[in-house]
Design a protein. Structure first.
Length: 369
């Protein structure tokens, strides 16, 4: 009998310093995603696809004020349900969670623990074996979220952290919703001992007094983020805002590259610019080149970018797809938008029966075609 393995990824949005967490069950391939970010929905769905997972739920630790959630987008891209606290006051959720409820994914589950204080609807998700806890903005690494808006309450936060988080095993890993210094994880034991706001001998009065005098500025994104998150990230009018390119059937990789399959390229080859970034001897070597391809070796791409038109889509090609992926990145930085990499390069193109010109007869077997 196959033993279930927990699939775990910690993802980061640099704009809002938000951590997003993917947890999956290897046996069933079911997964959940905690605190997705709107602008990263395509990245997240690409990773889910690459890992062969089925996203069952997106989970919110609270209604965020610093970024818009990707929950609604992912529901439409992946078919996932949206779950958050019953006290979050958000419309559009598929499940409103009560304290102690379990969210299952395959044979694994998360327990939702109500941990209000940053907002009235803050929760912490605890993995079934209590080896991990996802605390959102309630408990940060050596700190905590602010308590001065969205029904925040420092006394409720103090009680919640002490009773619901510090009661977990000392070795339990704590994964916060944000970190602004690049720190990724802590433990219950560390925060009990070293959290200057909530740990050690700090009393509830100490904590309430500390939080009352933070004098923090108004959150920069609250006027945009809060209304959107009260609709679970659904944009006004229901537009996805990240519609896939229409010029070809493309796939998006976790590495941030649009890719095109050989068959899809055949269908649009007459309407796109094919840029082969191999060296000249490869262009006329054993694999040949695609009809109509323009040779611009990768080392010359920056200096010769002006030779590539901006009025039609671009497909980059190399032997295996590695150099041409870098070509996509380079051209994107120069302003090209409708651009994709040929997945698997000329090796895959030839293996799937794609026609080629300028083929040197010798050595085909060595290339595996």
């Amino acid at each position: 009998m196959e033993r279930a393995v927990l699939i775990f990824r910690q993802l980061f949005d640099a704009q809002s310093s938000t951590y997003t967490y993917l947890l999956g069950d290897s046996t069933s391939s079911e997964a959940v995603l905690i605190d997705p970010v709107f602008e990263q929905a395509r990245r997240d769905s690409a990773l889910i696809d690459e890992l062969g997972l089925k996203l069952k739920w997106t989970l919110e630790t609270h209604v965020h004020a610093d970024h818009v959630t990707g929950a609604w987008l992912l529901k439409h891209r992946c078919g996932s349900g949206i779950a958050l606290s019953e006290h979050g006051n958000a419309n559009g959720a598929d499940r409103l969670l009560k304290h102690g409820e379990r969210i299952a994914f395959g044979k694994r589950h998360l327990e939702m623990r109500a941990t209000p204080g940053h907002t009235a609807g803050c929760v912490t998700y605890v993995l079934d074996d209590q080896s991990m806890a996802f605390t959102g903005d309630c408990l940060l690494i050596r700190g905590c979220g602010r308590t001065d808006f969205q029904q925040g309450d420092p006394r409720r936060m103090f009680k919640a952290v002490r009773e619901q988080i510090f009661s977990l095993p000392t070795a339990c890993l704590i994964y916060p919703g944000h970190d602004y210094r690049g720190v990724m994880v802590t433990t219950v034991d560390e925060e009990r001992r070293f959290n200057s706001r909530l740990g050690g001998d700090v009393s509830v009065d100490d904590f309430a007094g500390y939080m009352a005098n933070l004098n923090l500025p108004h959150p920069k994104q609250i006027d945009v983020a809060l209304p959107a998150n009260l609709q679970c990230g659904r944009p006004a009018g229901g537009s996805t805002h990240d519609a896939d390119p229409k010029w070809a059937a493309l796939g998006f990789t976790f590495g941030g590259i649009w890719e095109i399959e050989p068959q899809a390229l055949e269908e649009v080859a007459e309407r796109v610019q094919i840029i082969d970034v191999r060296d000249a001897d490869e262009f006329t070597g054993t694999l040949g080149h695609i009809r109509g391809a323009k040779l611009i070796p990768l080392g010359e791409l920056r200096s010769r970018a002006a030779e590539i038109g901006r009025d039609s889509p671009v497909v980059t090609v190399c032997r295996s797809g590695a150099r041409s992926a870098q070509a996509v990145v380079m051209l994107q930085k120069e302003g090209w938008r409708d651009i994709a990499n040929l997945r698997g390069g000329m090796l895959r193109w030839r293996a799937e029966g794609g026609a080629a010109e300028g083929v040197a007869a010798e050595g085909l077997a060595a290339e595996g075609v």
